[in-house]
Design a protein around this ligand. Structure first.
Ligand code: S3P
Length: 426
């Protein structure tokens, strides 16, 4: 894919369904009793991996495009798959499924692509083992493939060293099957979609400060889930709308759950003009339309409790910071190193290739904004968020930006380039 400078961006866009919420709706629907109807399910490769894993465990799932029907078989209804479950590129699939498999009375191997086989799985292996599951890393390096033999579980109080919704959710899902209450304490609150949806399906979940608490459940009840647009996908249009002069974009039906919406806080801190319209709630998740207009931006500091609320948006925020006056400092974000790629190294390398003044640090980046960018050849490292970030950066740079491995956007946003293209005026 090649991008050159855009004169402006204008129009309206509807964003595909939220990736985190889509995954959870199929997982929880599979272990609920009855049929769950999911509207606006994300048809990205990651969420299709989740569907196929549960189909292999005997769940009938009808994917009709925008709507998905999951014919749940109850908490004990999964059957042993006849081969390994392939999670593809999806960390959410692998880590959350581990929590469910920890309680099944069969043994399963979880595998996936080269990227996921490099990502840390000890963070779920450790708590699930404490609860009573037997989990081994086949290559014995704390990474996938993982073999999980489930069993009777006990409730624990786990203090996680990282703020991770994937770790928290895996433990909460295992906690549904445990013999007593399960508690997960995190350094900062991570996205709470599991808690919201598990309640929607009848589980008893609560939060005390940074601790999530779940009680064992006998049954979950199928429900309708309306998935809002993914704020992590909307982020590219938010940032592009702010960065490209004379732009105005209406982004329709975006999830603005406060545990996900840190990018909105950062945009305001940087002087960006955004307006939330038509605020509403669907399936317990807050959503709104967002009107964004190009703005003159200034640097900011992004750290601490804000980090988990915008972790997936940091690549495009870093690109936007190149167009802000002054310095933007990102810290407390070492988790970026263990995403689909090492996003600190890959962002610093690619932004520098475009002429930006960026320093990679151990737990983030410092971006000295205000230097004009020029086109470059960008290696996406097959990381969807890197590819989309540089498509946006390319709209504000002199010359041509080419993105290698550009098709990886299909992981979370099939149709991204077409949607972006429709807004561009030259
Ligand atoms: C996700 C949680 C985050 C996020 C990922 C999706 C989820 O990961 O980066 O894209 O759906 O729970 P961590 O939990 O590892 O921070």
């Amino acid at each position: 894919m090649k991008f050159t400078r855009a004169k402006r961006l204008r129009g309206q866009i509807s964003i595909p369904g939220d990736k985190s919420i889509s995954h959870r709706s199929v997982m929880f629907g599979s272990i609920a009793s009855g049929t769950t109807q999911i509207c606006h399910y994300l048809q990205g490769a990651d969420c299709l991996s989740t569907i196929s894993c549960f189909q292999k465990m005997g769940i009938a799932i009808e994917n009709k495009g925008d709507t998905v029907l999951v014919h749940g078989k109850g908490m004990r209804g999964l059957t042993c798959p006849d081969s390994a479950l392939d999670c593809g590129n999806s960390g959410t699939t692998m880590r959350l499924i581990s929590g469910i498999l920890a309680a099944q009375d069969f043994s399963v191997t979880l595998t996936g692509d080269a990227s996921i086989q490099r990502r840390p799985m000890k963070r779920v292996m450790e708590p699930l083992t404490l609860m009573g599951a037997a989990i081994t890393s086949v290559p014995d390096n704390g990474c996938a493939p993982l073999t999980i033999r489930g069993g009777a579980l006990c409730g624990i109080h786990y203090t996680s060293p990282v703020a991770s919704a994937q770790v928290k959710s895996a433990i909460l899902l295992a906690g549904l099957y445990a013999d007593g209450q399960t508690r997960v304490t995190e350094p900062w609150v991570s996205r709470d979609h599991s808690e919201i949806m598990l309640k929607h399906f009848g589980a008893h979940v609560s939060r005390e400060g940074t601790t999530a608490v779940i009680s064992p459940a006998r049954e979950l009840y199928a429900n309708k889930v309306v998935v809002p647009g993914d704020i992590s996908s909307a982020a590219y249009f938010l940032c592009a709308g702010l960065m490209v002069p004379n732009s105005q974009i209406l982004i329709r039906d975006v999830g603005i759950n406060p545990t996900r919406a840190g990018i909105l806080t950062v945009i305001k801190a940087m002087g960006g003009q955004i307006q939330l319209l038509n605020q509403h709630t669907a399936s317990g998740e807050p959503a709104a339309d967002i009107l964004v207009s190009s703005s003159s931006l200034h640097g900011t500091v992004i750290q601490g409790a804000l980090i988990p609320t915008l972790i997936d948006e940091l690549p495009v925020i870093a690109a936007m910071a190149c167009f802000a006056q002054g310095d933007t400092v990102i810290r407390d974000a070492a988790e970026l190193k263990v995403k689909e790629s090492d996003r600190i190294a890959v962002m610093a390398r690619n932004l520098s290739a475009m002429g930006a003044d960026v320093e990679a640090t151990n737990d983030g980046m410092i971006i000295h904004g205000g230097k004009p960018l020029h086109g470059a050849v960008i290696d996406s490292c097959l990381d969807h968020r890197i590819a989309m970030t540089f498509a946006v950066a390319g709209l504000c740079a002199d010359g041509e930006t080419s993105i290698l491995g550009a098709e990886c956007v299909n992981i979370s946003y099939p149709g991204f380039y077409e949607d972006l293209g429709r807004l561009i005026e030259r």
